[in-house]
Design a protein around this ligand. Structure first.
Ligand SMILES: Cc1cc2nc3c(=O)[nH]c(=O)nc-3n(C[C@H](O)[C@H](O)[C@H](O)COP(=O)(O)O)c2cc1C
Length: 300
């Protein structure tokens, strides 16, 4: 590993500390928060200090922070303090450009739906509007506001309990699950960076947490110590439930001619031969054939 910089947060200016944090804790989901003030003026603002924390009860938290520069608080906080109601809307790729308009600090009496060109839609259980363009909208009551400090940069955690939510049927697949490609969310990173969560950016890992897989420590020493294989490749084999039997190893050599031919090229037990096995195992891993990859590496 390259040289690590060791940092005491107290030695940094808040703006630099903030950028290190948001650069590293990324990508973050974005809550597009809709609130309403005492006079009925609608407010929308994006918040990426946000996540879901519990499904029973269904609870989400976002943080409306004091500004670093002026130590001011935000309209979203004021509105929630007044009536404890929000709608949290998700942000898709198609919405993100308009969303940035809603992050501008317009004065409190300005309706940000109009500024950002979004359509207000009545909610069923709370007064703030849903954002019609958003495919998932959570109507919430704010159960608790936790202030984390009085200085610029301090967060105010909003504990939002979901009362009702709405999902566009178009993003739900035949198994009653959200299809991320159809939802096409965006996430926030540091500085001006965003990420699009669909298409090539997505990949799947199937690991059942209740299956007690082998783990690294149960793999043969020379696999764990490999200079060629990466941790991520070894992990695919460590996620298997059992080591291959001698019979399975034998069968692999019998049915895979190109592997058998490779093994002929260097004497058993030689470093050169194990290196060939490593390279061959890598291609098997790339094809998702983890058990065969492990069997390949265990050929003596
Ligand atoms: C993508 C994005 C994420 C943001 N996340 C946060 C956040 O988590 N907390 C925060 O206080 N401000 C965040 N901001 C800034 C607020 O959106 C901005 O201060 C906004 O003007 C607040 O609006 P309000 O005064 O109407 O509440 C974010 C801005 C953007 C563009």
């Amino acid at each position: 590993m390259s040289k690590m910089r060791s940092i005491n947060p107290q030695d940094l200016e808040i703006k630099d500390l903030h950028q290190f944090m948001v650069g590293a804790i990324a990508p973050r989901p974005i809550a597009f928060v809709s609130t309403i003030d005492e006079n009925g003026v609608a407010n929308i603002a994006p918040y990426s200090f946000f996540n879901a924390f519990s499904s029973n009860p269904p609870m989400m938290v976002f943080s409306s922070n004091r500004t670093v520069r002026g130590n001011t608080t935000k309209d979203t906080l004021h509105n929630i303090q007044a009536n404890q109601e929000v709608v949290i809307n998700v942000v898709t790729y198609d919405m993100v450009q308009q969303m940035t308009l809603a992050s501008i600090s317009y004065p409190a009496h300005i309706d940000e739906f109009a500024k950002a060109g979004f359509t207000p839609l009545a909610a069923e259980t709370v007064a703030p509007f849903r954002i019609a363009e958003s495919p998932v909208q959570f109507e919430c009551k704010v159960e608790q506001i936790v202030s984390l400090g009085e200085h610029g940069g301090a967060g105010n955690l909003m504990f939002c309990k979901v009362q009702r939510f709405h999902i566009d049927e178009a993003v739900i697949d035949e198994r009653n699950r959200i299809d991320p490609h159809k939802l096409d969310l965006v996430g926030r990173l540091g500085r001006a960076y965003y990420v699009r969560a669909s298409g090539d950016a997505l990949f799947s890992i199937y690991q059942n947490p209740s299956d007690l897989a082998l783990g690294f420590d149960q793999l043969p020493e020379r696999i764990r110590q490999s200079d060629t294989l990466k941790g991520s490749e070894i992990a695919c084999m460590a996620g298997l439930m059992a080591l291959p039997t001698e019979q399975e190893i034998e069968q692999l050599v019998q049915k895979d001619d190109s592997l058998a031919n490779l093994l002929e090229l260097a004497p058993a037990g030689s470093t050169a031969r194990f290196q060939m096995q490593e390279r061959y195992a890598r291609t098997l891993i790339q094809q998702g054939e983890y058990a065969n990859a492990l069997a390949c590496l265990m050929i003596e």
